[in-house]
Ligand binder design. Structure first.
Ligand code: PLP
Length: 360
């Protein structure tokens, strides 16, 4: 068996320890005589799995008691509709457009009400986070929406926008559990887990209780109502059982590591290895404004498309997978999520140094 260094933006690398444990438990989960995949979601064994996963997530993120945790399906993209359908009580919402995911959410919301793009960084290919200290927030906005870490462009909100008292909604798909966050500052925090937590098929929604009401837009499907899932504790219908089980293992892995403060320290050191190299390289350069850099997704270019392609090809041959940038921006992107070991980033930088010497 040989494992590569996988820099995929998602589905992405998972902790090896977690994969091994899951493999060991594949045929017989803790004496149940069956795999978690084969188990009723209403069984006692599974109830413990999902309850423990929720509690571990609550511990990790310090989630206040007046927030619900929902394990849902449909990916982050389905939340682009669920959010306006459940929360646009006045039919108005403000969106900060910092990349393709935020833009998709904004476009989806326009189908359900008046969505305003109150700030954007499209003028410079989303390579920065706009100043959000004094935005023209709508008087009657039901919420202000951000994509906190922009997976494709490699930017991150290091300061939350001043929402002038309005509820903040955040897509954290690609920075979920990468560092501590103050949950009480948000109305909704949500993300697909396949970037930084688990296998594709699970989306986690952390939502303040007062936002969960019967009053939703007419025509909202039952499966998109937060109240339905909240009342049923994520067991209204069959949840993505195996995915939640793996997420639970990753939560335990993070707790053992020392929690999100410890994870943040590791992530900062890890990202610095790559950013420091980019800042002094004569061949490679980062594409993002320094103060807005993400700890998770690091896009870079040589400035020459042919050389970029050569790099990606040679890197792949050397065991560094999925370094090609998103099809919309080109160049390269290294996604260095929680589970990417520091050695992987160091090995990548060593490879980049060698490539630079050979190609300059
Ligand atoms: C990947 C991603 C999405 C889309 O997730 P799906 O689960 O594929 O719908 C949305 N937002 C962000 C920030 C992402 O990185």
């Amino acid at each position: 068996m040989s494992r590569v260094y996988n820099f995929s933006a998602g589905p992405a690398v998972l902790p090896e320890e977690v994969l091994k444990e899951a493999a060991e438990e594949m045929l017989d989960y803790k004496g149940s005589g069956m795999s978690v995949m084969e188990m009723s979601h209403r069984s006692k064994v599974y109830d413990t799995i999902i309850k423990e996963a929720e509690q571990d997530l609550r511990d990790l993120m310090n989630i206040p008691d007046n927030y619900k945790v929902l394990f849902l399906q449909g990916g982050a993209s389905q939340q682009f509709a669920a959010i306006p359908m459940n929360l646009m009580k006045n039919g108005v919402a403000d969106y900060i457009v910092t990349g393709q995911w935020a833009k998709k959410a904004y476009q989806e919301a326009k189908m359900y009400g008046k969505a305003n793009a109150i700030a954007s960084s499209a003028d410079k290919t989303f390579s920065y986070i706009p100043d959000c200290s004094d935005l023209p927030i709508s008087e009657d906005a039901d919420y202000v929406y951000i994509c906190e870490n922009n997976t494709i462009y490699g930017t991150k909100f290091h300061t939350l926008p001043n929402t002038k008292g309005k509820t903040l909604i955040s897509d954290v798909s690609s920075c979920f559990l990468s560092e501590p966050m103050d949950v009480s500052k948000y109305g909704v925090i949500y993300g697909g887990v396949q970037k930084n937590i688990g296998p594709a098929g699970v989306v986690i929604v952390i939502i303040r209780e007062d936002l969960i009401t019967e009053e939703v837009l007419p025509g909202t499907p039952t499966m998109l109502k937060y109240k339905i899932h909240s009342d049923a504790e994520s067991l209204y219908n069959t949840p993505p059982t195996y995915g939640i089980y793996i997420c639970g293992k990753v939560f335990k892995w993070l707790k053992k590591l020392g929690g999100l403060e410890a994870m943040k320290e590791i992530n900062e050191k890890k990202a610095a290895i790559l950013y420091d190299f980019l800042d002094q390289s004569k061949l490679f350069k980062g594409t993002v404004r320094k103060e807005d850099r993400s700890l998770m997704n690091v896009p870079f270019i040589t400035g020459n498309e042919e050389l970029d392609a050569k790099f990606v090809k040679e890197a792949k041959a050397a065991g560094f997978e999925n370094l090609k940038g998103h099809r919309s921006v080109g160049g390269m992107r290294a996604s260095i999520y929680n589970a990417m070991p520091t050695e992987g980033v160091q090995a990548l930088v060593d490879f980049m140094k060698k490539f630079e010497e050979d190609n300059l």
